[in-house]
Design a protein. Sequence first.
Length: 258
Amino acid sequence: MTISTLPAATSGTFCIGGDLPVHRIGFGTMQLTGPGHWGEPADIDNAIRVLRRAVELGVNHFDTADAYGPATVETIIRKAIHPYRGELVIATKGGLTRQGPNRWSPVGRPPYLRQCLEMSLRRLGVDAVDLYYLHRVDPEVPFDDQIGALELMREQGKIRHIGLSKVTVPQIQAAEKITPIAAVQNRFNLAVGGDRDVLAYCEQNQIAFVPYAPLGAGHQSLIPRIALRWLLEQSPSVLPIPGTVNLDHLEANVAVGS
């Protein structure tokens, strides 16, 4: 396949937080789990091959979370590509609990968020996370307390940049009163659209907009290359993170940026 030689750099770059340059086509690791994003994948060796091939293709933005598995994919990432090359950006998230397949509940209490980060650092084998997201806002905990906990860990040098997931513009603005926000991860794809006001705010303020489910999960009629190209055309701030367990699909996704 000739597309295997096309580097992700051809899609252009974006500098997350002003100092983390990444190719715009990244890799989302949510699929590297068992059914319902629960437990280990059926073939861990294949997951490792996919991650290593992504690095070979020039992908340098990897997105994961402690809730994937849970506590599964971060370990696979470390096994596959640690020690991380200097240009690799590993983003992870905390603040969700898992009760079983396809079950997720937010917990934003500061002690829990600190525990989430410490465990992610251990599983990934790093002293600091490049980009750390509040996975979901917990409506039962004051928002300022949740963001404040992340900011404290950033001041301690354990987080390089902070991101938010599934948020509104007012929530981003509220968070920015406490700490700089480097990235936002909201649903946005060709199948269902998304929050254009959030995308516009991110573009205006040099915040990375990372659309989750970029290929429109549940909309299998979408052609991946069309869906990804459409995303790239929306804004230079958009950083799609298509995930897959198939090497051919990985190469095709990366090639879209050419």
